[in-house]
Design a protein around this ligand. Structure first.
Ligand SMILES: C[S@@+](CC[C@H](N)C(=O)[O-])C[C@H]1O[C@@H](n2cnc3c(N)ncnc32)[C@H](O)[C@@H]1O
Length: 271
């Protein structure tokens, strides 16, 4: 059954970027998901089709009014029900939400349908959030001008997890953050670029050796770039095999290191 996305947005045309291009465009054409937009402006009768008003208590900017959003969400819920979804989640993209991560993306990809609420201006009347929203999700600790880009980030990440969305079945399962590790580095032709050769093992044709090297690179890079992920995965310290791989990685880095930043990072990690 296709995953049903209903999006409440003042700028529905922005979602063409997702539905018409790349991996997400192909997944749409292959019917892996449906995406329907609801514009709150279609629920107002005033001649300027205004959906925002000044904040009570004063202050800068405007606030999205509850009523048009409420009606749009009600219609979106009805569409999901007609598509056989009895329990839909309403997610408000908000800088005040819980930060999006791989686990949350996986969790959403297993749902049958979701409604995404995109804010604009200074945000949304709090009473609408209290009444209709199940969860707030943020794409990071910064503020962007509207929820649409955040919704598109979430949709893209979720679609990558749908079976059949990626050409190569394995690619999503090897991506960074799966299993709390960053992915190993990639190389393609030419074999030597600006005097830098591709690591020899990748040319060996020995699949076991390549797998070993890639796991070692994954562990090593995670240790270098995101040690917090390793600590989450192994709170009691790395187990035997992984510890060995990491020691070997450090050794190799010391021998081959060419840039000062990595050298400094290694020093810092080892303190
Ligand atoms: C300009 S922002 C409002 C920010 C709000 N005044 C605040 O400081 O919390 C307008 C809309 O952009 C979206 N938005 C902004 N930053 C976001 C983030 N980091 N993650 C998800 N959505 C975000 C939300 O939908 C929000 O309602």
């Amino acid at each position: 059954m296709p995953l049903e996305f209903d999006i409440i947005t003042l700028l529905p045309e922005m979602f063409d970027a997702v539905t018409q291009h790349g991996v997400t465009g192909r997944a749409k054409r292959n019917n892996l998901y449906h995406l329907h937009t609801w514009n709150p402006r279609n629920y107002v009768t005033n001649s300027y089709r205004t959906v925002d008003d000044a904040p009570y208590g004063g202050g800068p900017g405007m606030v999205m009014m509850a009523e048009p959003l409420d009606q749009a969400i009600t219609d979106a819920r009805m569409r999901q029900t007609r598509n056989g979804i009895d329990q839909t989640r309403v997610i408000y993209l908000s800088p005040q939400g819980k930060r999006l991560n791989h686990e949350k993306v996986l969790q959403i990809s297993k749902l049958d349908g979701i409604i995404l609420l995109c804010g604009r201006y200074e945000g949304i009347d709090e009473r609408l959030i209290e009444d209709q929203v199940d969860e707030e999700i943020s794409i990071g600790d910064y503020v962007i001008s509207g929820g649409e880009l955040a919704a598109m980030v979430l949709i893209d990440a979720v679609i990558r997890q749908l079976p059949g969305a990626l050409g190569d079945v394995q690619s999503a399962s090897q991506d960074s953050y799966v299993d709390h590790l960053l992915e190993y580095p990639h190389y393609t032709r030419p074999c030597i670029y600006k005097e830098k050769p591709v690591p020899e093992v990748l040319l060996s044709g020995n699949h076991a050796k390549i797998a070993h090297w890639r796991l070692q690179q994954s562990i090593g890079r995670t240790w270098l770039k995101r040690p917090d992920l390793l600590m989450e995965k192994y709170p009691g310290g790395l187990p035997g095999k992984e510890k060995e791989l990491l020691e070997e990685f450090k050794q190799l880095q010391r021998l081959t290191i060419t840039d000062q930043t990595t050298a400094d990072t290694i020093k810092e990690r080892e303190q």
